[in-house]
Design a protein. Structure first.
Length: 754
């Protein structure tokens, strides 16, 4: 998108804000920011500082306003957008609100101007044969509108490599649409001996390219082989996978080939810097291993009695893709597989320990239900054992916005699944587009919350006007203009603003169908009224901006995202979740050569080698939760499972017209309550996941509860400001590619870093 008139934030304005406003950094905030979102500035030989990041992010977003693409935008539009950009800068700089981590990383870069996909956190794709359409990636052997078995997997691979998470549906009605697998394929992966990756590639399963060519020189040999030299690009990796998958099926105008050769000689070696998106290359090894494993799955499925893919097969392919992306860079690969509630093979697939440790760890798995589903006992038994599957109620997602607004048949009828964390219900090919508000901080800094949520809605709306790579996504985005304005630090805000938690008690009654006694929550009326007011503010802002842009209002507007890395920036509780403990040790892992480590050591932070990963150091941060000493404070370690279900239902009823991401933690003694609570709230929550509360059972656990006395003792050892010491030690010139390990944009660790 070429901007004709560009809004630029004035340096004098920024200097003034820096004098009058301070970021609300959490204990881990600046460190997390510096290693996660600060981009490398080659002209300055250092990474960004926070004001530079915010300026880049705001300018990248404000200039997406389509009115700036016209030849003569009015002076009124220019003035309004300039004021809005200034308000956004102050809001985000102070950490009263922030766009998603994806935006913090990529907004305002040259890459973002070419490719808007990277601005969105996550995507959803239905795993069934689909046409590529007018997309940036389409195999040369296909017509644009020819459905291909490879398409959903190509979409998944592409978006994961761009740093987004992907939810995918392998429900029975999708998987049944794959045709029979026509043939087994012999896959040969070759690499030139001149490649710097040659030795490692051979260990991963490749063969010498020159030797292979020497033994396959005849015309007869060449005719039997489909040969493809994989380009050194993201698109080349995707097309290699697509060619392999489609070769197993009979497709129109595609000559069958029982042998495929994929040559990796052009792929850049491990450690090479990736321009544009950022990060470093992995070399071809993860791709080689993935292709060989995927081919094995397809060959095995072809030899079965039905010669068809199953939901487990499709999930395995998705997991192998995710595994390759994780190996390809430091960012995580977020996936959620959505299967059918009656598919026991899918529900139990992670019980195969060998495959779990090889690749099935790569997705969170959930099952799709409707409101009539009643048999939660098998699901609850699996949850108590492994924390999976989660539950996604597609009935509610398709026919309700906020539950308080009642039943609206087909209000979001194209929904087929969710993003990996479950806060946004999505149609095929659609992304989640998020912005996060911390009301606790916003009010502390003197903001009018109505203005804050207006700015949030307008920011997210502009993201829908980006350039998108896939036709299936462009269609969904233009139709829905879906946004997700999230409240975060919810528990902190409730206690500070209202002096209580939202669930003030329970009444008991008998369920008329089961005869069982259930607890009905009582919600605080003041909190209920305020949440409803803020929802109406978002709705009004979207309607007004939609009129200005001459587009339809967004189909849905609000959500509660799980947060994670972004919440750590501001030091707030994550989404709707309760703090893990009032006082805790938060551990973060760094590469052993990270330039932050000397500064952290000089400031007194405890650092030790990571017991799980080589060349990695583990740093301990003592953390006190906001309101930790409040008598109404509750943590994940002691809040009841009933209150967590009730809190999620409250937010689904009065705030989120999309969904509410929540990982409900439970103690072993509460496991017997899971089935009953899932059944009780089946008309109230669109997606739910549960996880046993682990406390400090694991060595070097990411979060370890401690006492107040231990916290105060550890705090005494910290004697310096990391940002100041880091600047002093490095003289403003930090390293290019040092990267934070083990951070994520979700409370549960499900979503990617950036």
């Amino acid at each position: 998108m070429s901007v004709i008139k560009k809004i630029i934030l004035n340096q004098d304005f920024i200097a003034q804000i820096l004098k009058t406003c301070q970021p609300h950094w959490g204990k881990l905030g600046w460190v997390t920011y510096k290693r996660t979102y600060a981009r490398w500035l080659p002209e300055k030989q250092r990474t960004e500082n926070w004001p530079e990041t915010v300026k880049r992010v705001v300018e990248g977003n404000i200039n997406l306003d389509p009115r700036l693409q016209t030849a003569n935008p009015t002076s009124q539009v220019i003035d309004e957008l300039t004021t809005e950009a200034q308000d956004l800068f102050k809001l985000i700089y102070g950490l009263a609100a922030t766009p998603s981590g994806r935006n913090l990383w990529i907004s305002g870069t040259d890459y973002q101007q070419r490719n808007g996909d990277a601005l969105n956190n996550c995507w959803f794709i239905a795993v069934r044969p689909q046409a590529y359409g007018q997309s940036h990636i389409i195999p040369a052997y296909l017509d644009q509108q020819q459905p291909a078995p490879s398409m959903p997997f190509a979409f998944m691979f592409d978006q994961l490599m761009k740093g987004g998470g992907v939810g995918f549906s392998v429900v029975s009605q999708n998987v049944a649409r794959f045709p029979q697998i026509a043939r087994q394929v012999k896959l040969t992966v070759t690499i030139s001996s001149k490649s710097r990756s040659y030795t490692d590639a051979l260990k991963s399963g490749a063969v010498d390219a020159e030797k292979w060519q020497a033994t396959h020189q005849t015309a007869d040999d060449q005719a039997k082989v489909a040969y493809y030299q994989v380009p050194d690009s993201r698109e080349g990796w995707v097309l290699a996978l697509a060619r392999l998958i489609d070769a197993h099926f009979n497709l129109k105008k595609v000559a069958p080939a029982s042998q495929i050769v994929l040559d990796m000689s052009r792929i850049r070696p491990k450690g090479t810097r990736i321009k544009g998106f950022g990060g470093t290359a992995s070399g071809p090894m993860p791709l080689i291993e993935m292709l060989l494993d995927v081919n094995q799955i397809l060959n095995t499925a072809q030899s079965s009695a039905a010669s068809r893919l199953t939901a487990v097969d499709c999930t395995d392919i998705g997991n192998l893709i995710g595994k390759a992306v994780v190996a390809g860079n430091v960012r995580r690969s977020a996936e959620m597989a959505l299967g059918s509630a009656a598919d026991q093979d899918f529900i139990t697939m992670k019980q195969d320990q060998t495959k779990l440790y090889h690749h099935r760890w790569a997705s969170n798995n959930s099952v799709a239900v409707d409101s009539g589903f009643a048999n939660y006992e098998p699901v609850a038994a699996s949850v108590a054992k492994s924390g999976e599957p989660g539950i996604v109620n597609l009935d509610l997602a398709r026919n309700y916005g906020r539950i308080a607004d009642g039943y609206h048949p087909g209000i979001d009828g194209a929904v087929e699944g969710t993003n990996p964390c479950g806060e946004i219900s999505l149609s095929n090919g659609e992304p989640c587009n998020l912005f996060e508000v911390f009301p606790y901080i916003a009010q502390k800094q003197g903001w009018n919350l109505t203005r804050v949520f207006e700015l949030a809605a307008r920011y997210a709306k502009r993201v829908t006007f980006s350039n998108y790579d896939w036709e299936v996504s462009r269609r969904a985005i233009q139709k829905n203009r879906r946004i997700g304005i999230s409240i975060s630090g919810i528990q902190d805000w409730f206690l500070a603003e209202f002096g209580k938690r939202v669930v003030t008690g329970f009444t008991t009654k008998q369920d008329p169908k089961t005869g069982q006694t259930i607890k009905e929550p009582i919600y605080d009326p003041a909190i209920t009224k305020r949440i409803d007011q803020l929802y109406q503010a978002v709705k009004t802002a979207d309607q007004k901006y939609s009129q200005e842009l001459n587009c339809q209002p967004s189909i849905k507007l609000t959500t509660v995202k799980p947060s994670g890395t972004v919440a750590k920036l501001a030091g707030m509780s994550e989404g709707m979740h309760f703090h893990y403990a009032p006082y805790l040790i938060q551990r973060i892992r760094f590469q052993a050569n990270d330039p932050l480590l000397p500064a952290l050591k000089a400031c007194g932070y405890h650092i030790e080698p990571d017991v799980y990963t080589k060349n990695t150091m583990c740093v301990e941060f003592p953390v006190k939760a906001i309101n930790a000493d409040d008598p109404h404070f509750a943590s994940a370690g002691n809040v009841s499972i009933e209150e967590q279900f009730a809190t999620q239902a409250f937010l689904q009823k009065y705030w989120s017209d999309n969904a509410v991401s929540c990982t409900i933690t439970f103690q072993p003694k509460e496991a017997a309550k899971i089935a009953g609570l899932l059944y009780q709230y089946r008309f109230n929550t669109k997606s739910t996941s549960l996880l046993p509360y682990s406390g400090a059972k694991f060595k070097q656990a990411p979060k370890e509860p401690i006492t107040k006395a231990v916290y105060l003792e550890k705090l005494k050892a910290i004697t310096g400001d990391v940002a100041a010491v880091f600047e002093q030690q490095n003289g403003g010139h930090d390293q290019k590619d040092a990267a934070l390990i083990g951070q994520n944009d979700c409370a549960t660790g499900a979503c990617p870093i950036k």
